[in-house]
Design a protein around this ligand. Structure first.
Ligand code: ATP
Length: 288
């Protein structure tokens, strides 16, 4: 065995099976500390993250190269999750493996006055990745069936229609050649409390603390219902949800790395053919 590579893959179940939303991972019963499909420990997980991050990087470079030569396919990672679940860390530690010029990152906060005047999918459509890009959404259109529902920002007659609208929208996106990797991230309430306390205790983490996050905690039962409905109504064959337990950050990061690798491998990419004559160019270079 090469010293730099991990021997047998420690996934006993392929990640897309272990994490795909279904009856086996209902939100109310979810073990956020679990490591579905994975047999290894943290040390192995961290080693694997580096190793598989390299594979992800190579695949993304190929996607980027294809995009540069007119291929309009793209991959869009949608990160939707509870506060403190680790969306930022996912971007740094997973997406951070790839060349930033190939990444289209968008974060969605409270809609601006202009965004509020438009349909809820307007700002989302504007942020979709171009061909060859790895898009990353930190929060997404799913806020409009989560916080909008739990906080009664719009009446039920409005949010309840959004599931179908989202499905239709995503169907169109997939039809244009973008693969959606939808990741729902969950931490336990205990782990969330620990992470929020750390944000209060550490000077370098104060900037991450948002008093609203504490106000959301008592609403967790309502959020659970909203998340479950989101998974039930919008996990489709063309854009399935993956339910990722996030109490162990190392696990959630290798899981999402694998989901992205799977998505990129599914595109069956190849290096673009040269648009010049290699032999002629070699000769010209030698003579130069
Ligand atoms: P995060 O918690 O993701 O690190 P943050 O605390 O820095 O983010 P912002 O990114 O500015 O805050 O905004 C996130 C907030 O915006 C969340 O409370 C989220 O629920 C809210 N939000 C996002 N989309 C919508 C929406 N469509 N309607 C209402 N609120 C939304």
């Amino acid at each position: 065995m090469d010293d730099d590579t991990t021997d047998a893959m420690p996934w006993h179940t392929p990640v897309i099976e272990a994490l795909r939303a279904g009856d086996h991972n209902r939100v109310a019963d979810l073990d956020a500390n679990g490591t579905p499909g994975f047999d290894g420990d943290k040390a192995l997980g961290e080693r694997l993250l580096e190793e598989r991050g390299g594979v992800l990087s190579d695949l993304q470079e190929m996607l980027y190269a294809c995009g540069r030569t007119g291929d309009n396919r793209a991959v869009l990672l949608i990160l939707q999750g509870m506060d403190t679940a680790g969306k930022g860390g996912m971007v740094r530690h997973v997406v951070g493996h790839v060349d930033p010029q190939g990444v289209d990152h968008a974060a969605f906060g409270v809609p601006s006055p202009e965004e509020k005047r438009h349909h809820f999918l307007w700002r989302i459509a504007k942020a979709l990745p171009r061909g060859g890009q790895l898009g990353v959404f930190d929060r997404s259109h799913y806020e409009d069936v989560l916080v909008a529902r739990v906080r009664n920002l719009v009446p039920e007659s409005v949010w309840s229609k959004r599931y179908d609208e989202i499905n239709q929208f995503e169907h169109e996106i997939v039809g244009t050649g973008t693969v959606l990797v939808k990741v729902a991230m969950f931490v336990s309430l205990d782990e969330q409390k620990k992470r929020l306390r750390e944000r209060l205790e550490r000077r370098d983490k104060h900037w991450k603390y948002n008093p609203n996050d504490v106000s959301e905690r008592p609403l967790w039962p309502a959020y659970q219902d909203a998340y479950q409905d989101m998974l039930d109504k919008t996990s489709t064959d063309y854009a399935p949800w993956y339910v990722v337990p996030c109490d162990r950050k190392w696990y959630s990061r290798i899981a999402v790395t694998e989901l992205l690798i799977e998505a990129l491998e599914g595109l069956d990419l190849d290096w673009p053919a040269p648009t010049f004559d290699i032999e002629v160019e070699k000769r010209r270079l030698a003579e130069s």
